[in-house]
Design a protein around this ligand. Structure first.
Ligand code: SAH
Length: 420
Protein backbone atom coordinates (compact mmCIF):
# COMPACT_ATOMS: atom_id res chain seq x y z
CA UNK A 1 0.00 0.00 0.00
CA UNK A 2 2.86 2.37 0.78
CA UNK A 3 4.48 1.50 -2.52
CA UNK A 4 1.29 2.44 -4.34
CA UNK A 5 1.00 5.68 -2.33
CA UNK A 6 4.56 6.47 -3.39
CA UNK A 7 3.69 5.83 -7.04
CA UNK A 8 0.72 8.19 -6.68
CA UNK A 9 2.94 10.93 -5.26
CA UNK A 10 5.55 10.44 -7.98
CA UNK A 11 2.81 10.64 -10.61
CA UNK A 12 1.47 13.93 -9.24
CA UNK A 13 4.97 15.41 -8.97
CA UNK A 14 5.92 14.33 -12.45
CA UNK A 15 2.79 15.53 -14.22
CA UNK A 16 2.15 18.74 -12.32
CA UNK A 17 5.62 19.87 -11.26
CA UNK A 18 7.97 18.21 -13.78
CA UNK A 19 9.89 16.21 -11.20
CA UNK A 20 11.70 13.05 -12.20
CA UNK A 21 12.68 10.29 -9.79
CA UNK A 22 16.32 9.70 -8.83
CA UNK A 23 17.96 7.08 -6.61
CA UNK A 24 20.76 9.45 -5.68
CA UNK A 25 19.46 11.50 -2.77
CA UNK A 26 22.54 13.77 -2.75
CA UNK A 27 21.50 15.24 -6.09
CA UNK A 28 17.76 15.41 -5.33
CA UNK A 29 15.80 18.67 -5.03
CA UNK A 30 13.18 16.89 -2.97
CA UNK A 31 13.56 13.94 -0.62
CA UNK A 32 10.38 12.11 0.37
CA UNK A 33 10.26 9.57 3.16
CA UNK A 34 7.11 7.48 3.05
CA UNK A 35 6.65 6.02 6.50
CA UNK A 36 4.91 3.16 8.29
CA UNK A 37 3.82 3.28 11.93
CA UNK A 38 2.42 -0.19 12.49
CA UNK A 39 5.33 -0.99 14.82
CA UNK A 40 7.53 1.28 16.87
CA UNK A 41 10.86 0.49 15.22
CA UNK A 42 10.22 2.23 11.88
CA UNK A 43 9.29 5.40 13.77
CA UNK A 44 12.66 5.52 15.54
CA UNK A 45 14.37 4.79 12.23
CA UNK A 46 12.65 7.79 10.65
CA UNK A 47 14.45 10.27 12.89
CA UNK A 48 17.85 8.69 12.40
CA UNK A 49 17.37 8.68 8.62
CA UNK A 50 16.13 12.27 8.63
CA UNK A 51 19.37 13.29 10.34
CA UNK A 52 21.44 11.58 7.67
CA UNK A 53 19.45 13.08 4.80
CA UNK A 54 19.67 16.54 6.32
CA UNK A 55 23.44 16.32 6.66
CA UNK A 56 24.11 15.01 3.17
CA UNK A 57 21.38 16.59 1.06
CA UNK A 58 22.01 19.17 -1.62
CA UNK A 59 21.91 22.83 -0.49
CA UNK A 60 18.28 24.02 -0.55
CA UNK A 61 16.78 20.56 -1.11
CA UNK A 62 13.43 19.98 0.59
CA UNK A 63 12.61 17.01 2.81
CA UNK A 64 9.01 15.80 3.14
CA UNK A 65 7.77 13.19 5.62
CA UNK A 66 4.76 11.29 4.31
CA UNK A 67 2.63 8.30 5.29
CA UNK A 68 1.33 6.88 8.55
CA UNK A 69 3.98 8.25 10.91
CA UNK A 70 3.30 11.65 9.37
CA UNK A 71 -0.41 11.16 10.20
CA UNK A 72 0.22 10.16 13.77
CA UNK A 73 3.05 12.49 14.78
CA UNK A 74 2.07 15.50 12.66
CA UNK A 75 3.72 18.78 13.70
CA UNK A 76 5.81 16.94 16.29
CA UNK A 77 8.03 15.83 13.39
CA UNK A 78 8.89 19.43 12.54
CA UNK A 79 9.48 20.18 16.22
CA UNK A 80 11.99 17.32 16.46
CA UNK A 81 13.49 17.89 13.01
CA UNK A 82 13.00 21.61 12.17
CA UNK A 83 14.65 21.24 8.75
CA UNK A 84 11.70 19.10 7.52
CA UNK A 85 9.82 21.12 4.87
CA UNK A 86 6.40 19.46 5.16
CA UNK A 87 4.45 16.61 6.76
CA UNK A 88 1.88 14.79 4.64
CA UNK A 89 -0.41 12.13 6.11
CA UNK A 90 -1.28 8.79 4.51
CA UNK A 91 -4.77 10.05 3.74
CA UNK A 92 -3.62 13.34 2.15
CA UNK A 93 -1.19 12.24 -0.50
CA UNK A 94 -3.13 13.96 -3.30
CA UNK A 95 -2.00 17.25 -1.71
CA UNK A 96 1.66 16.53 -2.44
CA UNK A 97 1.97 19.28 -5.08
CA UNK A 98 0.30 21.79 -2.72
CA UNK A 99 2.46 21.21 0.35
CA UNK A 100 5.54 21.51 -1.80
CA UNK A 101 4.87 25.26 -1.98
CA UNK A 102 3.73 25.77 1.62
CA UNK A 103 6.69 25.98 3.98
CA UNK A 104 6.22 23.82 7.12
CA UNK A 105 2.81 22.59 5.95
CA UNK A 106 1.25 19.82 8.02
CA UNK A 107 -1.62 18.06 6.20
CA UNK A 108 -2.78 15.07 8.20
CA UNK A 109 -6.58 15.15 8.25
CA UNK A 110 -7.70 11.50 8.47
CA UNK A 111 -11.23 12.44 7.41
CA UNK A 112 -10.01 13.80 4.08
CA UNK A 113 -11.64 11.76 1.33
CA UNK A 114 -9.33 10.74 -1.51
CA UNK A 115 -11.42 7.78 -2.61
CA UNK A 116 -12.38 9.42 -5.92
CA UNK A 117 -9.26 11.47 -6.53
CA UNK A 118 -8.01 11.09 -10.11
CA UNK A 119 -4.34 10.46 -9.47
CA UNK A 120 -2.05 10.84 -12.47
CA UNK A 121 -0.55 7.58 -13.69
CA UNK A 122 2.87 6.29 -12.71
CA UNK A 123 3.92 2.70 -12.19
CA UNK A 124 7.31 1.40 -11.20
CA UNK A 125 6.58 -1.88 -12.99
CA UNK A 126 5.13 -2.21 -16.47
CA UNK A 127 4.18 -5.82 -15.84
CA UNK A 128 2.24 -5.67 -12.60
CA UNK A 129 -0.17 -2.90 -11.59
CA UNK A 130 -1.01 -2.11 -7.98
CA UNK A 131 -4.54 -0.73 -7.69
CA UNK A 132 -6.17 0.61 -4.52
CA UNK A 133 -9.74 -0.53 -4.05
CA UNK A 134 -10.37 1.20 -0.73
CA UNK A 135 -8.77 3.68 1.62
CA UNK A 136 -8.70 3.54 5.42
CA UNK A 137 -9.86 0.78 7.76
CA UNK A 138 -13.08 0.28 9.70
CA UNK A 139 -11.88 -2.47 12.03
CA UNK A 140 -11.08 -1.84 15.66
CA UNK A 141 -8.30 -4.36 16.28
CA UNK A 142 -7.00 -3.34 19.68
CA UNK A 143 -3.31 -3.56 18.69
CA UNK A 144 -3.51 -1.61 15.45
CA UNK A 145 -2.82 2.04 14.74
CA UNK A 146 -3.91 1.95 11.08
CA UNK A 147 -7.50 3.29 11.57
CA UNK A 148 -5.97 6.27 13.39
CA UNK A 149 -3.53 7.03 10.58
CA UNK A 150 -5.60 6.15 7.52
CA UNK A 151 -9.09 6.99 8.80
CA UNK A 152 -12.42 5.26 8.13
CA UNK A 153 -12.79 2.75 5.36
CA UNK A 154 -14.14 4.14 2.07
CA UNK A 155 -14.30 2.03 -1.06
CA UNK A 156 -13.27 3.34 -4.43
CA UNK A 157 -16.14 3.20 -6.95
CA UNK A 158 -16.09 0.04 -9.06
CA UNK A 159 -16.10 1.87 -12.40
CA UNK A 160 -12.94 3.78 -11.42
CA UNK A 161 -11.17 0.55 -10.45
CA UNK A 162 -12.19 -1.21 -13.66
CA UNK A 163 -11.08 1.81 -15.73
CA UNK A 164 -7.74 1.93 -13.96
CA UNK A 165 -7.19 -1.80 -14.47
CA UNK A 166 -8.12 -1.57 -18.17
CA UNK A 167 -5.66 1.29 -18.65
CA UNK A 168 -2.86 -0.65 -16.96
CA UNK A 169 -3.61 -3.72 -19.08
CA UNK A 170 -3.62 -1.66 -22.28
CA UNK A 171 -0.13 -0.45 -21.31
CA UNK A 172 1.19 -4.00 -20.91
CA UNK A 173 0.36 -5.20 -17.40
CA UNK A 174 -0.97 -8.75 -17.47
CA UNK A 175 -1.31 -8.86 -13.70
CA UNK A 176 -3.10 -6.54 -11.30
CA UNK A 177 -2.69 -6.46 -7.54
CA UNK A 178 -5.68 -5.07 -5.62
CA UNK A 179 -4.92 -3.29 -2.37
CA UNK A 180 -6.94 -2.46 0.71
CA UNK A 181 -6.86 -3.10 4.46
CA UNK A 182 -9.83 -5.51 4.21
CA UNK A 183 -10.32 -6.17 0.51
CA UNK A 184 -13.09 -8.73 0.99
CA UNK A 185 -15.11 -6.11 2.84
CA UNK A 186 -15.18 -4.07 -0.39
CA UNK A 187 -18.23 -1.80 -0.85
CA UNK A 188 -18.88 -1.42 2.86
CA UNK A 189 -19.16 2.32 2.30
CA UNK A 190 -18.72 4.69 -0.62
CA UNK A 191 -18.21 8.39 -0.54
CA UNK A 192 -21.29 9.06 -2.71
CA UNK A 193 -24.32 6.90 -3.46
CA UNK A 194 -23.50 3.66 -5.20
CA UNK A 195 -25.46 0.56 -5.92
CA UNK A 196 -25.04 -2.36 -3.54
CA UNK A 197 -22.16 -4.59 -4.54
CA UNK A 198 -19.30 -6.62 -3.04
CA UNK A 199 -15.75 -7.92 -3.57
CA UNK A 200 -16.88 -11.01 -5.48
CA UNK A 201 -18.68 -8.82 -8.02
CA UNK A 202 -15.62 -6.59 -8.33
CA UNK A 203 -13.48 -9.67 -9.06
CA UNK A 204 -16.01 -10.89 -11.63
CA UNK A 205 -16.04 -7.54 -13.42
CA UNK A 206 -12.27 -7.23 -13.44
CA UNK A 207 -11.87 -10.70 -14.88
CA UNK A 208 -13.81 -9.62 -17.96
CA UNK A 209 -10.93 -7.37 -19.02
CA UNK A 210 -9.32 -8.79 -22.17
CA UNK A 211 -5.60 -9.26 -21.86
CA UNK A 212 -5.70 -9.38 -18.07
CA UNK A 213 -4.36 -12.78 -17.04
CA UNK A 214 -3.80 -12.63 -13.29
CA UNK A 215 -5.52 -10.97 -10.34
CA UNK A 216 -3.95 -10.86 -6.88
CA UNK A 217 -5.12 -8.99 -3.81
CA UNK A 218 -4.16 -8.20 -0.23
CA UNK A 219 -5.27 -8.25 2.55
CA UNK A 220 -8.46 -10.19 2.86
CA UNK A 221 -9.78 -10.45 6.43
CA UNK A 222 -10.49 -13.97 7.79
CA UNK A 223 -13.77 -12.72 9.31
CA UNK A 224 -15.15 -11.90 5.83
CA UNK A 225 -14.09 -15.16 4.16
CA UNK A 226 -17.58 -16.42 3.49
CA UNK A 227 -18.39 -19.33 1.17
CA UNK A 228 -19.31 -17.06 -1.74
CA UNK A 229 -15.88 -15.42 -1.64
CA UNK A 230 -14.03 -18.75 -1.38
CA UNK A 231 -16.07 -20.19 -4.25
CA UNK A 232 -15.26 -17.24 -6.50
CA UNK A 233 -11.60 -17.54 -5.52
CA UNK A 234 -11.64 -21.23 -6.40
CA UNK A 235 -13.48 -21.13 -9.69
CA UNK A 236 -12.29 -17.89 -11.29
CA UNK A 237 -9.25 -18.91 -13.38
CA UNK A 238 -7.83 -15.37 -13.42
CA UNK A 239 -7.56 -15.20 -9.63
CA UNK A 240 -4.13 -16.38 -8.52
CA UNK A 241 -4.29 -19.25 -6.10
CA UNK A 242 -2.49 -17.66 -3.23
CA UNK A 243 -4.36 -16.32 -0.23
CA UNK A 244 -3.12 -14.10 2.57
CA UNK A 245 -4.93 -14.99 5.79
CA UNK A 246 -3.70 -12.78 8.63
CA UNK A 247 -4.14 -15.03 11.65
CA UNK A 248 -2.50 -12.75 14.29
CA UNK A 249 -2.97 -15.41 16.99
CA UNK A 250 -4.12 -19.02 17.19
CA UNK A 251 -5.74 -18.51 20.59
CA UNK A 252 -9.44 -17.68 20.61
CA UNK A 253 -8.95 -15.79 23.87
CA UNK A 254 -6.19 -13.60 22.40
CA UNK A 255 -8.22 -13.11 19.20
CA UNK A 256 -11.03 -11.83 21.41
CA UNK A 257 -8.67 -9.49 23.24
CA UNK A 258 -7.49 -8.28 19.85
CA UNK A 259 -11.12 -7.82 18.66
CA UNK A 260 -10.44 -9.77 15.48
CA UNK A 261 -14.00 -11.09 15.20
CA UNK A 262 -13.16 -14.79 14.56
CA UNK A 263 -12.08 -17.83 16.55
CA UNK A 264 -9.31 -20.40 16.08
CA UNK A 265 -11.96 -22.85 14.85
CA UNK A 266 -13.37 -20.44 12.26
CA UNK A 267 -9.89 -19.77 10.92
CA UNK A 268 -9.09 -23.50 10.64
CA UNK A 269 -12.47 -24.14 9.07
CA UNK A 270 -11.80 -21.52 6.39
CA UNK A 271 -8.37 -23.00 5.67
CA UNK A 272 -9.92 -26.44 5.34
CA UNK A 273 -12.61 -25.18 2.97
CA UNK A 274 -10.01 -23.37 0.89
CA UNK A 275 -7.68 -26.37 0.66
CA UNK A 276 -10.61 -28.66 -0.23
CA UNK A 277 -11.66 -26.40 -3.08
CA UNK A 278 -8.17 -25.37 -4.23
CA UNK A 279 -5.71 -28.17 -3.40
CA UNK A 280 -2.61 -26.29 -4.62
CA UNK A 281 -3.48 -22.99 -2.90
CA UNK A 282 -0.63 -21.35 -1.04
CA UNK A 283 -1.53 -19.60 2.18
CA UNK A 284 0.46 -16.83 3.82
CA UNK A 285 -0.19 -15.15 7.14
CA UNK A 286 0.73 -12.45 9.65
CA UNK A 287 1.29 -13.44 13.28
CA UNK A 288 1.84 -11.26 16.34
CA UNK A 289 3.55 -13.04 19.23
CA UNK A 290 3.45 -11.97 22.88
CA UNK A 291 0.38 -9.76 22.68
CA UNK A 292 -0.49 -8.42 26.15
CA UNK A 293 -1.87 -11.28 28.23
CA UNK A 294 -0.71 -14.06 25.87
CA UNK A 295 -0.07 -17.12 28.10
CA UNK A 296 2.13 -20.11 27.23
CA UNK A 297 -1.07 -22.00 26.48
CA UNK A 298 -2.27 -19.24 24.13
CA UNK A 299 1.06 -19.33 22.33
CA UNK A 300 0.77 -23.14 22.01
CA UNK A 301 -2.53 -22.54 20.19
CA UNK A 302 -0.65 -20.44 17.65
CA UNK A 303 1.93 -23.21 17.25
CA UNK A 304 -0.93 -25.67 16.87
CA UNK A 305 -2.43 -23.63 14.02
CA UNK A 306 1.04 -23.42 12.41
CA UNK A 307 1.28 -27.23 12.60
CA UNK A 308 -2.19 -27.77 11.19
CA UNK A 309 -1.98 -25.22 8.38
CA UNK A 310 1.74 -25.26 7.46
CA UNK A 311 1.67 -21.79 5.90
CA UNK A 312 3.69 -21.15 2.76
CA UNK A 313 4.78 -17.77 4.12
CA UNK A 314 4.66 -16.23 7.60
CA UNK A 315 5.23 -12.57 8.46
CA UNK A 316 5.79 -12.66 12.20
CA UNK A 317 6.23 -9.82 14.64
CA UNK A 318 6.69 -9.22 18.32
CA UNK A 319 3.79 -7.23 19.67
CA UNK A 320 4.65 -3.54 19.71
CA UNK A 321 2.32 -1.33 21.81
CA UNK A 322 1.13 1.62 19.73
CA UNK A 323 -0.24 5.01 20.76
CA UNK A 324 -3.96 5.71 20.29
CA UNK A 325 -4.80 1.99 20.35
CA UNK A 326 -6.97 0.24 22.90
CA UNK A 327 -4.24 -2.25 23.81
CA UNK A 328 -1.68 0.45 24.58
CA UNK A 329 -2.54 0.26 28.28
CA UNK A 330 -3.48 -3.42 28.52
CA UNK A 331 -1.94 -5.03 31.62
CA UNK A 332 0.04 -8.30 31.56
CA UNK A 333 2.70 -7.07 29.20
CA UNK A 334 4.94 -9.96 28.15
CA UNK A 335 8.61 -9.43 28.98
CA UNK A 336 10.92 -9.00 26.05
CA UNK A 337 12.96 -12.20 26.61
CA UNK A 338 9.81 -14.33 26.55
CA UNK A 339 8.58 -12.46 23.48
CA UNK A 340 11.90 -13.04 21.67
CA UNK A 341 11.93 -16.72 22.60
CA UNK A 342 8.40 -17.18 21.25
CA UNK A 343 9.23 -15.38 18.03
CA UNK A 344 12.35 -17.50 17.51
CA UNK A 345 10.46 -20.72 18.14
CA UNK A 346 7.73 -19.75 15.70
CA UNK A 347 10.18 -18.68 13.01
CA UNK A 348 12.27 -21.84 13.37
CA UNK A 349 9.17 -23.97 13.05
CA UNK A 350 8.16 -22.08 9.92
CA UNK A 351 11.59 -22.53 8.32
CA UNK A 352 11.49 -26.26 9.01
CA UNK A 353 8.01 -26.51 7.45
CA UNK A 354 9.09 -24.41 4.49
CA UNK A 355 12.19 -26.52 3.81
CA UNK A 356 10.07 -29.69 3.87
CA UNK A 357 7.55 -28.20 1.48
CA UNK A 358 10.18 -26.82 -0.87
CA UNK A 359 12.07 -30.13 -1.07
CA UNK A 360 8.99 -31.74 -2.60
CA UNK A 361 8.93 -29.16 -5.41
CA UNK A 362 12.04 -30.41 -7.22
CA UNK A 363 11.09 -31.44 -10.75
CA UNK A 364 7.67 -29.75 -10.58
CA UNK A 365 6.51 -27.61 -13.49
CA UNK A 366 4.98 -24.17 -12.94
CA UNK A 367 3.71 -21.48 -15.26
CA UNK A 368 5.76 -18.41 -14.40
CA UNK A 369 4.99 -14.78 -15.22
CA UNK A 370 8.36 -13.04 -15.44
CA UNK A 371 8.58 -9.55 -13.99
CA UNK A 372 12.02 -8.86 -12.53
CA UNK A 373 15.50 -8.71 -14.03
CA UNK A 374 18.40 -9.56 -11.71
CA UNK A 375 21.87 -8.28 -12.52
CA UNK A 376 23.46 -11.74 -12.44
CA UNK A 377 21.93 -13.06 -15.67
CA UNK A 378 18.72 -14.32 -14.05
CA UNK A 379 15.12 -13.25 -14.46
CA UNK A 380 12.47 -14.00 -11.85
CA UNK A 381 8.75 -14.27 -11.70
CA UNK A 382 6.00 -16.01 -9.79
CA UNK A 383 3.88 -19.06 -10.26
CA UNK A 384 0.14 -18.64 -10.05
CA UNK A 385 0.35 -19.78 -6.41
CA UNK A 386 3.05 -17.23 -5.63
CA UNK A 387 6.27 -19.26 -5.65
CA UNK A 388 9.21 -17.06 -6.65
CA UNK A 389 11.15 -18.81 -9.41
CA UNK A 390 14.23 -17.63 -11.29
CA UNK A 391 15.73 -18.85 -14.54
CA UNK A 392 18.77 -17.88 -16.58
CA UNK A 393 17.67 -15.29 -19.08
CA UNK A 394 17.42 -11.69 -20.07
CA UNK A 395 14.98 -8.84 -20.66
CA UNK A 396 13.02 -10.58 -23.41
CA UNK A 397 11.42 -12.76 -20.76
CA UNK A 398 9.88 -9.84 -18.87
CA UNK A 399 6.11 -9.79 -19.25
CA UNK A 400 6.09 -13.35 -20.65
CA UNK A 401 4.49 -16.55 -19.36
CA UNK A 402 6.63 -19.72 -19.58
CA UNK A 403 6.44 -23.25 -18.23
CA UNK A 404 9.38 -23.79 -15.91
CA UNK A 405 10.77 -26.98 -14.38
CA UNK A 406 12.33 -26.67 -10.92
CA UNK A 407 15.98 -27.77 -10.93
CA UNK A 408 17.22 -26.48 -7.60
CA UNK A 409 15.70 -25.47 -4.30
CA UNK A 410 16.40 -22.36 -2.26
CA UNK A 411 14.51 -21.16 0.78
CA UNK A 412 12.75 -18.14 -0.74
CA UNK A 413 13.58 -18.50 -4.44
CA UNK A 414 13.56 -21.70 -6.50
CA UNK A 415 15.66 -22.06 -9.64
CA UNK A 416 14.23 -23.57 -12.78
CA UNK A 417 14.68 -24.02 -16.51
CA UNK A 418 12.21 -23.08 -19.20
CA UNK A 419 10.70 -26.07 -20.91
CA UNK A 420 8.08 -24.30 -23.04
N1 SAH B 1 -5.42 -4.86 7.67
C1 SAH B 1 -4.50 -5.92 7.93
C2 SAH B 1 -3.31 -5.47 8.76
C3 SAH B 1 -2.33 -4.49 8.19
S1 SAH B 1 -0.96 -4.16 9.23
C4 SAH B 1 -5.22 -7.01 8.72
O1 SAH B 1 -6.19 -6.76 9.38
O2 SAH B 1 -4.76 -8.13 8.74
C5 SAH B 1 0.11 -5.51 8.81
C6 SAH B 1 0.46 -6.43 9.94
O3 SAH B 1 1.22 -5.76 10.93
C7 SAH B 1 -0.72 -6.98 10.73
O4 SAH B 1 -1.37 -8.04 10.08
C8 SAH B 1 -0.09 -7.38 12.04
O5 SAH B 1 0.37 -8.72 12.02
C9 SAH B 1 1.09 -6.44 12.16
N2 SAH B 1 0.84 -5.47 13.24
C10 SAH B 1 -0.11 -4.51 13.29
N3 SAH B 1 -0.06 -3.83 14.45
C11 SAH B 1 0.95 -4.39 15.17
C12 SAH B 1 1.50 -4.14 16.47
N4 SAH B 1 1.00 -3.20 17.25
N5 SAH B 1 2.54 -4.91 16.88
C13 SAH B 1 3.06 -5.87 16.08
N6 SAH B 1 2.58 -6.15 14.85
C14 SAH B 1 1.54 -5.42 14.39
Amino acid sequence: MNERDTEHMLAELKEKENYIATDDFKSADLILINTCSVREKPVAKLFSELGIFNKKKKEGAKIGVCGCTASHLGREIIKRAPYVSFVLGARNISKITEVLHKPKAVEIDINYDESEFAFKDFRSSKYKAYINISIGCDKSCTFCIVPKTRGDEISIPMNLIVDEASRAVSLGAKEIFLLGQNVNNYARRFSGNHEKTNFTKLLQNLSKIDGLERIRFTSPHPFHMDDEFIQEFAKNPKICKSMHMPLQSGSTKVLQDMKRGYTKEWFLNRVQKLREMVPDVSISTDIIVAFAGESEKDFEDTIDVMNQVKFEQVFSFKYSPRPQTEAEFFPDVIDSDTASARLTRLQELHIKQLDEKNASKLGNIYEVYFEELYNDGFVSGRSDNNIVIKVKGSEELLGEFKDVKIISIGRTVLTGEIIK
